[in-house]
Design a protein around this ligand. Structure first.
Ligand code: ATP
Length: 344
């Protein structure tokens, strides 16, 4: 059953149509992640749901109620911002209890809720401190705690981890995942970060230019992208997309007829690097990235294509070495000249 339902949602900024008729149905308890390139409309869509921007067309329903025209304060949603937006002069306890106090909730109930949230978020020892006496990660947890105590129908996160360093971002991501498992709260989360999208989401919504390109579980998007845009947006390093013309005839002919004149898409793990002369495609190493557990080898083929291969072993190869490539064509994605997937 639909819990949060977007139907034909539109947003204009002056003449600019930033959100173009978005349809999306979210189930209760789902963790939904919005991803897409800068300017695609992720934050705007989240702000429309939050009621921080006015909706110009379409309807928004939450738990059976039309909330399209409702002010933010009446929507029963809680938003956690990248900037935390904590009150600097208030203690952690006061920050977390503020909304409940405004709502005139019984002080004993407030205490119980704040203490429970602080416990879940490992903030019990910091309740008397002010935000400036906390680390970035602790501040972010206070911002999340402030949302939790309100027990909203939906949690909205706008790039909540982007101000944290890499280690803290990883830790806090794990905490958010645990929190979702424990509370089962319906969550919409905007991020630039592939890893956050892939690890946190039940379903990922890929946006481009104010429209949805594809909605699916992280692995559906990775394994069965609907088009070249999604194929290249999901996955790091990016999927190799090589124009058919830059492939030897033998490889080209494995693809479906409709992909002629289009391109082949290969995940880096579908490309293997072999000694010169042994593989199907001749090339030369242009760059080696040793990441410890894996090595990324960038190879330029004789036909001028650039491919990256992900190898789990350490190869000892150097830039300038002549090599050859084999491609796992059974794992290939074929695209027509418009970038649409063509099934083999
Ligand atoms: P980023 O990842 O860079 O934050 P985004 O996907 O969140 O990008 P939005 O901030 O939603 O993108 O912006 C979508 C489009 O709407 C952009 O073209 C942006 O310039 C425009 N836009 C957003 N807010 C406003 C505003 N208040 N006034 C005018 N244009 C806006």
């Amino acid at each position: 059953m639909a819990y949060l339902e977007l139907r034909g949602i539109e947003k204009f900024f002056a003449q600019h149509r930033a959100i173009k008729g978005i349809d999306l149905t979210i189930e209760k308890g789902e963790f939904i992640v919005f991803v897409g390139p800068s300017g695609c409309g992720k934050s705007t869509l989240l702000r429309l749901i939050a009621g921080l921007e006015e909706i110009d067309g379409g309807t928004l329903r939450l738990d059976g109620r039309d909330i399209t025209e409702q002010p933010s304060s009446k929507r029963d949603l809680a938003m956690v911002f990248q900037s935390y937006a904590l009150y600097p002069h208030m203690s952690v306890y006061e920050n977390m209890s503020f909304a409940l106090k405004l709502a005139k909730v019984d002080p004993a109930v407030i205490r119980e809720k704040v203490e429970r949230a602080a416990d879940i978020l490992n903030l019990t020892a910091y309740l008397k401190r002010t935000p400036k006496e906390l680390s970035g990660g602790q501040r972010q947890r206070v911002a999340i705690g402030r949302a939790i105590v309100r027990a909203p129908k939906v949690f909205l996160f706008d790039e909540p981890l982007s101000n944290l360093d890499a280690a803290l971002r990883g830790q806090t991501r794990v905490e958010i995942a645990k929190l979702h498992r424990d509370l089962g709260a319906t969550t919409i989360y905007v991020t630039h970060d592939q890893v956050e999208a892939m690890t946190l989401a039940d379903r990922v919504v890929v946006l481009r230019d104010g429209q949805i390109e594809q909605v699916g579980t992280p692995l559906e998007l990775y394994d069965r992208p609907a088009n070249q845009f999604v194929a290249q947006f999901i996955g790091t390093p990016q999927m190799n997309v090589v124009p058919s013309l830059q492939l030897p005839d033998a490889v080209q002919q494995l693809g479906p007829q409709a992909a002629a004149g289009g391109a082949i898409g290969l995940r880096p793990e579908a490309v293997s690097v072999m000694p010169k002369g042994q593989g199907a495609i001749a090339g030369q190493v242009s760059l080696v990235e040793s990441l410890g557990a894996e090595t990324l080898l960038y190879v330029r083929t004789l036909e001028g294509a650039q491919l990256v291969a992900r190898m789990s072993e350490r190869t000892g190869l150097q830039p300038g070495d002549d090599v050859s490539l084999n491609v796992a064509t059974d794992a290939a994605h074929w695209f027509d000249s418009a970038g649409r997937v063509v099934h083999a």
